[in-house]
Design a protein around this ligand. Structure first.
Ligand code: NAP
Length: 300
C-alpha cells in the first residue's frame, strides 16, 4: 500500500527535537508574560479598592494597608514562576532529564551485571520481571498509535486529525487480530471495528458490550485474553499505552508533523530501548490533513 506513496528523505530528528523545545519555551514565556500583566492589573485594582474606594480601610494587619500583603504574596508567586521559566525549565529541560535517565539506566545495568557475577554458574541469569513476563507470553505485542510532534493523541475522547492513509494502514495491520484498548477508546468508536477481536479494559464490573467483545479488568488479563493471537495490537488510548509499553516488542508510530493541544498523550519513548527500523514520509494532501511519517520501532 505504500508503493504508490512518494518517499522523501527522513526528517532530521534533532531539528524536530529543537523545534519541539523552542515551542515549549515560547509557551512557557507567554504564560509568564500573561501572569505579569495580570499581576500589574490585579495590583492596581487592589490598590484602588483599598486606597481609592476605601474598602476595608480600617483593616490594617501589622499596622499596614491590607493590599500590601496580597500584592507582596502575589509578587512572590510571580518571582517563583519566573524562576521556573528562566532557571529550572531552561537548565533542567528535556536534555537534562534524558541525561539523568541515561545515568540511572546505566547504573541499574551495572548493578544487574554485578549481581549476575555473584550467582553460581548453574543458576539462571537474572532477567528483569517484565522481560520474564514477555518471554513467557510468547507474544509479539505491538503498540499502534498516531501521535503529533508533542505526543498528542486525542482531545475530548476524539482523534485530533483526519489522515485517511493512516486509517487504512491501521485497518490493514490490525485486521484479523486482537486489539486491546481502554474503555474510553472503545467508546470513541461508533461501533466495534469489523474483523478484529476487541479486548476492552475497564474497572467497571458490569460493563455492557456488544456480542463478541471481551471485557477484562487489568492489563495482565488483557494480554491473557489475546494469548491465541501471535500478533496482538494495543490500540490506545493514553492510559493503556502507558501501561502496555513495558510489555511491547514493537511500536507502529504514525508521527504527525505538527504540534497540537490535547488532553491525551502518548508516553515519551526512551530511545535507548527502541530501534527505528522503518521511516516512511508522507506529505500532506487532499486526503490527509497533515504531513506524517510511518515509523516502526523494535525493542532493542
Ligand atoms: N492517536 C491515536 O492513535 C489514538 C489511539 C487511541 C485513542 N486515542 C485517543 O485517546 C483518548 C482516550 O485515551 P484515554 O487515556 O483517555 O483513555 P483510554 O486509555 O482509552 O481508557 C481509559 C479507561 O480504561 C480503563 N482502564 C485503564 N487502565 C485500567 C486498568 N489497569 N484496569 C482497569 N481498567 C483500566 C478505565 O476505564 P473505566 O473508567 O471504565 O474503569 C479508564 O478510564 C481519546 O481522545 C482517543 O481518541 C488516540
Amino acid at each position: 500500500m505504500f508503493g504508490t506513496k512518494k518517499k522523501t528523505p527522513q526528517i532530521d530528528k534533532e531539528q524536530l527535537e529543537l523545534i519541539k523545545n523552542a515551542q515549549k519555551r515560547i509557551k512557557q514565556k507567554k504564560s509568564l508574560y500573561t501572569h505579569f500583566i495580570l499581576f500589574l492589573i490585579g495590583s492596581v485594582a487592589l490598590i484602588i479598592a483599598n486606597l481609592g474606594l476605601h474598602i476595608g480601610e480600617t483593616y490594617k494587619p501589622l499596622g499596614k494597608d491590607w493590599f500590601i500583603f496580597i500584592v507582596g504574596f502575589w509578587l512572590l508567586i510571580l518571582i517563583y514562576h519566573a524562576f521556573n521559566v528562566f532557571v529550572i525549565n531552561r537548565f533542567m529541560g528535556p536534555t537534562w532529564q534524558q541525561h539523568q535517565l541515561d545515568k540511572l539506566v546505566a547504573k541499574q545495568k551495572e548493578g544487574i551485571e554485578k549481581l549476575k557475577t555473584k550467582l553460581p554458574d548453574n543458576e539462571p541469569a537474572i532477567v528483569p520481571a517484565i522481560e520474564k513476563k514477555k518471554l513467557s507470553k510468547k507474544q509479539n505485542l505491538t503498540l499502534i498509535v498516531a501521535a503529533s510532534e508533542n505526543n498528542a493523541i486525542g482531545k475530548d475522547n476524539q482523534l485530533i486529525w483526519h489522515l485517511r492513509d493512516d486509517l487504512q494502514r491501521f485497518k490493514s495491520l490490525t485486521s484479523g487480530h486482537c486489539i486491546i484498548m481502554g474503555r474510553k477508546t472503545f467508546e470513541s468508536f461508533p461501533k466495534p471495528l469489523p474483523n478484529r477481536t476487541h479486548i476492552v479494559v475497564t474497572n467497571q464490573q458490569n460493563y455492557k458490550v456488544p456480542h463478541g467483545v471481551i471485557v477484562v479488568h487489568n492489563m495482565e488479563d488483557a494480554l491473557d485474553a489475546a494469548l491465541e493471537d501471535k500478533h496482538p495490537y494495543v490500540i490506545g488510548g493514553g492510559e493503556i499505552y502507558k501501561q502496555a509499553l513495558p510489555f511491547a516488542d514493537k511500536i507502529e508510530l504514525t508521527r504527525v508533523h505538527e504540534a497540537f493541544e490535547a488532553d491525551t498523550h502518548f508516553p515519551e519513548l526512551n530511545l535507548n530501548e527502541w530501534r527505528e527500523i522503518q521511516n516512511i514520509y508522507h506529505p500532506k494532501d487532499e486526503q490527509n490533513d497533515y504531513a506524517f511519517s510511518f515509523l516502526t520501532y523494535e525493542r532493542i
